[in-house]
Ligand binder design. Structure first.
Ligand code: UD1
Ligand code: CA
Length: 474
């Protein structure tokens, strides 16, 4: 098979974004615009991607590296034709078909790119162009057809008169070119037009001069050709991807109580028979199993939540793992590397960070568990705190199977609690506790008889209590 490479044009600044960030770095559904374009290329089977960058290129270098792409720098933005020329210079010699994509058109799909590739090959055309028929084509270059349906010309709105503005078929800025044709013709482009730019679109006329044709492929879904030039269009693109994701999950057997009030990013997976309540936000590479219930207001980023688990309202989870049947929340906070065991229970106002909670263990109320290993069926009482940080370094707390931790305990790490031990409430544990031991750390209680009557009777008055007579001292 022919070797296919891609050039992604992404050097423009994007003035209408009114931003210090280059346009293609702005996020659509949580990922830079450029990322979506590169993913479509990669999913279409294209292995070599050259990114043409200019303005603020350091802000998008990470994305290019994620796709193993090459970078070609276009120092001055002289137009899409000039950008393609920069990109072509960086292509490997083996590439004989070149897909050109716009970094600011993030909704293009890999399936469509494959259609575009096939269309050019079948017609032995110099190029194929992805077009779209838009109800409001304003701002886009317009596609004019020959009587046989091939592309006659692409005219920028700024260069055309009122008759051009009436044309509703627009150029998406996505093309496939025969490499030799591209290499021969890019140096021949001229910048004699309203914008004084080298237009990639002028290659259509140059193809005709060589006796070759350019074939159009109309996008079935016109949203796919959207170019993003403003914050409004950016928000619309995110909304399109959000809706598409939720539709796909509905099809896959997920229940949404309020689909329009749920935000789920494209890479998230959710298993069948899961139920998602209003206001839930699922981000990044989150993987939700089957039969999971995620209640109102939960925010989950890059987490695994296994089958049958439940996230109660307003829990916030990041880079964590909730195993089968575990229940988290309401108002729980799982910070990176929290690993909540099967059937474990993390209750309200409990924060867990970089800790493994064993199967069936419980921390139901108001606790901080950090840098810890908690065994199976342990019970962490209300107000327990692992003091994991001594001001300089982090230390580990190990709590064995079946340990019962009384309320308001502090573990001053590093510290190890043997299995089956019992920690009396209110302890400050600074040393290891052997298995099955009772650990107590509190001063003995002292009661001073009638102290309140003698020293603070006003307290009793305030509470409406009668002041009793003093007991006689023995
Ligand atoms: C371009 C097309 C237009 C099409 C539209 C689709 C041309 C002449 N016009 O217009 O027909 O309808 O895209 O969205 O091609 N870029 C560079 N270097 C440059 C100029 C642009 O890398 O010197 C990049 C931009 O970063 C952007 C893409 O090319 O990602 C498109 O450039 P833009 O200036 O937005 O072109 P449009 O005017 O939208
Ligand atoms: Ca554009």
């Amino acid at each position: 098979m022919a070797k296919i490479s891609a050039i992604v044009l992404a050097a423009g600044q994007g003035k209408r974004m009114k931003s210090s960030l280059p346009k293609v770095a702005h996020p659509v559904a949580g990922k830079p615009m450029l990322w979506h374009v590169a993913r479509a290329a990669k999913d279409a089977g294209i292995t070599e991607i050259v990114f043409v960058l200019g303005h603020g290129r350091e802000k998008v270098i990470g994305t290019t590296q994620e796709f193993g792409g090459k970078v070609a720098v276009q120092e001055a933005q002289l137009g899409t034709g000039d950008a393609a020329r920069c990109g072509l210079a960086a292509l490997s010699p083996g590439a004989n078909e070149v897909v050109v994509l716009c970094g600011d058109a993030p909704l293009v799909r890999s399936r469509t790119l494959r259609t575009l590739l096939t269309a050019r090959r079948r017609k032995k055309a110099a190029a194929s162009v992805l077009t779209g028929i838009l109800p409001d084509p304003a701002g886009y270059g317009r596609v004019l057809r020959n009587p046989d349906g091939t592309v006659a010309r692409i005219v920028e709105e700024k260069d055309g008169g009122p008759e051009i503005r009436k044309v509703r078929e627009v150029n998406s800025g996505t093309y496939v070119f025969d490499r030799k044709f591209l290499a021969r013709n890019l140096p021949r482009l001229s910048d004699v037009n309203v914008q004084r730019e080298y237009y990639l679109t002028d290659l259509v006329v140059q193809a005709h001069q060589e006796g070759k044709i350019v074939v159009p492929v109309v996008a079935r879904d016109p949203d796919e050709v959207r170019g993003i030039n403003s914050r409004k269009e950016l928000a619309e693109a995110t909304e399109i991807l959000r809706q598409a994701k939720i539709d796909a999950l509905l099809d896959a057997g997920v229940t949404f109580v309020a689909p329009d009030r749920t935000y789920i990013e494209p890479e998230v997976l959710v298993g069948a028979d899961s139920l998602i309540e209003p206001g839930v936000v699922l981000l990044g590479r989150t993987r939700i199993g089957k039969g999971v219930r995620i209640q109102a207001g939960c925010v989950v980023e890059n987490c695994r939540v296994d089958d049958g688990a439940q996230l109660k309202p307003y829990s916030v989870l990041t880079d964590s793992h909730v195993r089968k049947g575990a229940i988290v929340g309401p108002f729980a906070h799982l910070r990176p590397e929290a690993d909540i065991g099967e059937d474990a229970r993390i209750g309200n106002f409990v924060e867990v960070k970089k800790s493994r909670i064993g199967k069936g263990s419980k921390a139901n109320h108001l606790a901080y568990i950090g840098d810890s290993f908690v065994g199976k069926k342990a019970n962490i009482g209300a107000g327990t705190i692992t003091c994991n940080f001594d001001g300089l370094a982090k230390h580990t707390t190990v709590i064995g199977d079946g340990v019962f931790v009384g309320s308001d305990t502090q573990f001053v790490a590093p510290v190890k609690i043997g299995k089956g031990a019992l920690i009396g409430a209110g302890a400050t544990i600074t040393g290891d506790v052997p298995p099955y031991a009772l650990a107590l750390s509190r001063s003995e209680q002292k009661n001073i008889a009638d102290w309140v009557i003698r020293r603070m009777p006003q307290l009793l008055k305030k509470a409406g209590l009668a002041i009793p007579p003093l007991k006689k001292k023995a």
